[in-house]
Ligand binder design. Structure first.
Ligand SMILES: Cc1cc2nc3c(=O)[nH]c(=O)nc-3n(C[C@H](O)[C@H](O)[C@H](O)COP(=O)(O)OP(=O)(O)OC[C@H]3O[C@@H](n4cnc5c(N)ncnc54)[C@H](O)[C@@H]3O)c2cc1C
Length: 410
């Protein structure tokens, strides 16, 4: 078989790119490992700038039409240091972060991948599911061999796109250098049915005691809950008791309906991940380009991964449609924009982590001092706006390393 572009990984980035390229008339094959998308405990909040990327790809209706998708209109900073009524007064309106984006979209990762795979197929891409044992031969005319139903196949193409997630086999095959930071927090997540107890328009990220909470509701009664614990915490959420340990962590007065969440019914697996950033400076090498997590991810605390994957798909797609030949040089616009974007996001999530002060012994006092300083000098927190409006929107000096030092020493 031959095609213009072979995309390894039919996830968010892979299927979005396939849709864009197939719509423009390119011959695209997507190789996806899973026969049926399953809950991998990730990627459920699409921030406003990511929705804008979907809209520019012509996929806004696909995202909003994904099974169980909902619109979240405010971020309320529930926290042990704030009474619930004061947290509500401090809520951030998510509806005006980006023109045309209704807020944060809560959407299941399997449901979103399914909706995007359907869109890619409709656009004319061939999406093969249940693909195993793929091997990539990089170079000017790359090739991919793979198995479906125990039958061996191979194809040649003009470009292989690695959209195969965090542990990308494509990245490994191309020997692309890759950096991952050390985790400070382990994040456990589980989808639950809370009987609609939590307000569906509201998301939160906050801390109480040894737990950091992230709550992302969906339309159909489900809600994605996360509990973060410091890597130094001796009480880890793991082993056969992990589901009950996880739910009990929600029995807190810091959230408006902690008991209802603690009593919720599990609706998916409970899994734990280290919170890290990762990146490469060379997402394009001869014959291979990486997008989404395969090219590096932002600390999931900022909920940026879906948006990154969609922007990668759009920018790489446009670069491929603009250039006659596809080389690291002709595609360098994608590489340069991505490198700047990811470095700004590393800064923004580091600032988020610093302001959370999660795990510091004098947390309440430290936060008070940092927030007071930020109230005096709002420019110190300007990078945070980029989390919802896009990391390119704040000015350059919002990302000065001096800001982290100034706040850390407050
Ligand atoms: C705990 C956690 C919470 C997160 N929460 C959020 C959030 O709220 N909001 C947000 O925006 N992001 C979040 N993220 C990040 C987000 O899930 C990812 O960044 C996003 O899904 C990346 O999209 P992608 O297309 O690169 O990868 P994916 O969407 O994961 O797709 C990769 C695809 O490749 C397939 N695949 C893998 N290997 C192979 C192979 N060898 N051959 C063929 N196919 C293969 C996989 O089956 C999968 O379908 C979270 C991540 C974690 C870990």
């Amino acid at each position: 078989m031959r095609c213009d572009v072979a995309i390894v990984g039919g996830g968010v980035g892979g299927c979005a790119l396939a849709t864009r390229l197939a719509t423009a008339g390119l011959d695209v094959i997507v190789l996806e490992r899973e026969s049926a998308y399953r809950d991998q405990v990730r990627g459920e909040a699409l921030v406003p700038w990511g929705f804008q990327e979907a809209a520019e790809l012509g996929l806004a209706d696909v995202v909003l039409g994904a099974d169980g998708a909902s619109v979240i209109t405010r971020m309320t900073p529930y926290d042990e240091t704030l009474e619930i009524t004061r947290a509500r007064r401090a809520a951030l309106d998510l509806t005006d972060a980006v023109p045309g984006a209704p807020g944060v979209v809560g959407v299941g990762h399997p449901e979103l991948r399914e909706a995007l795979a359907t869109a890619a197929t409709k656009a004319g891409a061939l999406v093969l599911r249940g693909v195993g044992r793929s091997a990539i031969e990089p170079g000017a005319t790359p090739s991919v061999s793979y198995e479906v139903d125990n039958e061996k196949h191979s194809l040649t193409c003009r470009l292989v796109v690695g959209a195969d997630g965090k542990n990308s086999a494509t990245r490994t095959a191309a020997q692309i250098p890759f950096w991952v930071t050390s985790p400070r927090v382990l994040l456990s997540g589980m989808l639950v049915d809370d009987g609609g107890a939590w307000d569906r328009e509201e998301t939160t990220i906050g801390v109480s005691g040894r737990n950091q909470y992230i709550v992302i509701p969906r339309a159909n009664g489900y809600i994605r809950l996360y509990v973060g614990r410091r890597t130094t915490d001796t009480e880890r959420i793991n082993g056969p008791q992990r589901v009950s340990q996880f739910l009990e962590a929600y029995r807190t007065q810091a959230l408006p309906c902690g008991d209802a969440l603690a009593n919720a019914t599990p609706a998916g697996p409970c899994a734990t991940f280290p919170l890290t950033d990762a990146w490469t400076d060379t997402p394009v090498v001869p014959g291979i380009a990486l997008i989404g997590d395969a090219a590096g991810w932002s600390n999931p605390i900022g909920a940026q991964g879906l948006s990154i994957a969609l922007r990668d798909a759009r920018l790489l797609g446009e670069a491929l449609l603009d250039a006659h030949t596809w080389t690291p040089d002709t595609l360098r616009g994608y590489t340069e924009e991505r490198n700047t974007r990811m470095s700004r996001l590393r800064f923004a999530t580091a600032l988020t982590d610093l302001l959370a002060a999660f795990g510091l012994p004098d947390r309440a006092a430290k936060r008070r001092r940092m927030l007071a300083l930020m109230a005096e000098r709002p420019e110190l927190g300007a990078a945070l706006a980029g989390i919802h409006s896009g990391p390119w929107t704040p000015p350059n000096d919002a990302f000065s390393p001096d800001i982290l030092t100034t706040l850390a020493l407050a």
